[in-house]
Design a protein around this ligand. Sequence first.
Ligand code: GSN
Length: 222
Amino acid sequence: MAGKPKLHYPKGRGRMESVRWLLAAAGVEFEEEFIETKEDLEKLRSNGSLLFQQVPMVEIDGMKLVQTRAILSYIAGKYNLYGKDLKERAWIDMYVEGTTDLMGMIMYIPFQPAESKEKNLALIIERAAARYFPVYEKALKDHGHGYLVGNKLSWADIHLLEAILMTEECKPDILSAFPLLQAFKGRISNIPTIKKFLQPGSQRKPVADEKFIARVKEIFDM
Ligand code: GSN
């Protein structure tokens, strides 16, 4: 029996948070080795653990996986969250790329100059409300199974819930015009593994604070 996956990343959300979400939703226990300093990162680089000298990196099944998308699709495939055929997989990929784009915009806000933050936040809210959430609302309406793809939980649903909660941190009433997304949020949040991850004390990470941003800038020479 292989050991638990081990996640290598700073102690905050960033690109690793979706990996934490996916493992937690799949009911997989995982360990985390936090990169606290530049030296911690250098150590991983110099011992050949990072294919492109970057993190996230996840040790799983004897591999040292990098590239967030590759890590996530391996986990989704392994834990049966990646559709039943190529067509379902393509839909999951499209939905996941949409939520990745939305979450990517949110993730970069703290790293942007103060003067552009307000404008960028307004753009995120506009994009969520006009470009992304209408697509997921319609998908739930047309599909009618309560999930985005197929008739069971997939990576797309888990990623969408993560994106909804992140967007609500920017604008708490963002779902007011999306009744099916509201119901989806309630339903998916109540899946036992996800419910557990949403409770205090889980491995879910909080919104980045000033201290974390400063540390990340130091570690990655930003
Ligand atoms: O998606 C991925 O995992 C890669 N395409 C990008 C990974 C990446 O940019 N990692 C950053 C830290 S996490 N932040 O966004 C990184 O390791 N930066 C240091 C570097 O030398 O690029």
